[in-house]
Design a binder for this molecule. Structure first.
Ligand code: PGA
Length: 248
């Protein structure tokens, strides 16, 4: 039985002043839930997350990581730096990074490896654009995105990742995949994980992301292969985020 996981992706939002009540609200409300819960904050606020979330049931993480361990890579943040601030998770391959920063499947896979080598759990994002869906290429696109990561990991390592299926057309648009549409892709991803390792197929959590809100979370997460959510907009309000955690 996979334990549900709900992760907030704050994206490039927040301030020291605004984060404090949000983090405290989430920490207070998450205690009663029977699901795992985390927030992925902008890197400058990871110290604040550590300060306000340590000792609570809420874990925290980052939204990106360098594929390099250290050195002359101006502006980049390494996985060991994220570990210094108590991170458990890091998102890799979010569609916004793929689209605006030209991240390839191979680079995303290298970032997942860098994260795992330092002891972080990578949340590997996959998802098709509307154009790709309409062209009937959804399976091909998401399986190539996942395959690049599987190619660099052994079966045991694969069991340690989290996958997030986020159809690009559903992110921040208010358009959600129907539970059946999402389940279909999740089931395919799970089969692909299973081919790599039976343990990974059974144990890896596959989150859904893309306009998940309190009013659609329950139905999405009731699907056999939907093990939680990666929440953007709704993670910026404690009440909404907590309602999704409760639904999980
Ligand atoms: P959204 O974003 O919930 O605002 O659609 C999800 C994501 O991009 O992770």
């Amino acid at each position: 039985m996979r334990r549900k996981l709900v992760v907030g992706n704050w994206k490039m939002n927040g301030s020291l002043a605004a984060n404090a009540p949000l983090l405290k609200g989430v920490a207070e409300g998450a205690g009663a839930a029977g699901a795992d819960c985390a927030v992925c904050a902008p890197a400058p606020y990871l110290a604040q997350c550590q300060q306000l979330l340590a000792g609570t049931p809420v874990a925290w993480g980052a939204q990106d990581v360098s594929r390099h361990a250290s050195g002359a890579y101006t502006g980049e943040v390494s996985a060991s730096m994220l570990m210094d601030f108590g991170c458990s998770y890091v998102i890799v391959g979010h569609s916004e990074r793929r689209a605006y920063h030209g991240e390839s499947n191979e680079l995303v896979a290298q970032k997942a490896v860098a994260a795992m080598s330092a002891g972080l759990t990578p949340i590997v994002c996959v998802g098709e654009t509307l154009e790709e869906r309409e062209a009937g290429r959804t399976t091909q696109v998401v399986s190539a995105q996942l395959e690049a990561v599987l190619a660099l990991l052994d079966g045991q390592q694969v069991s340690g990742i989290v996958v997030a299926y986020e159809p690009v057309w559903a992110i921040g648009t208010g358009k959600t995949a129907t539970p059946a549409m999402a389940q279909e892709v999740h089931a395919q991803l799970r089969m692909q994980l299973k081919e790599k390792s039976a343990d990974a197929g059974a144990g890896v959590r596959i989150l859904y992301g893309g306009s998940m809100k309190p009013d659609n979370a329950r139905e999405l997460m009731a699907q056999t292969d939907i093990d939680g959510g990666l929440i953007g907009g709704a993670s910026l309000k404690a009440a909404d985020f907590l309602a999704i955690v409760q639904a999980a």
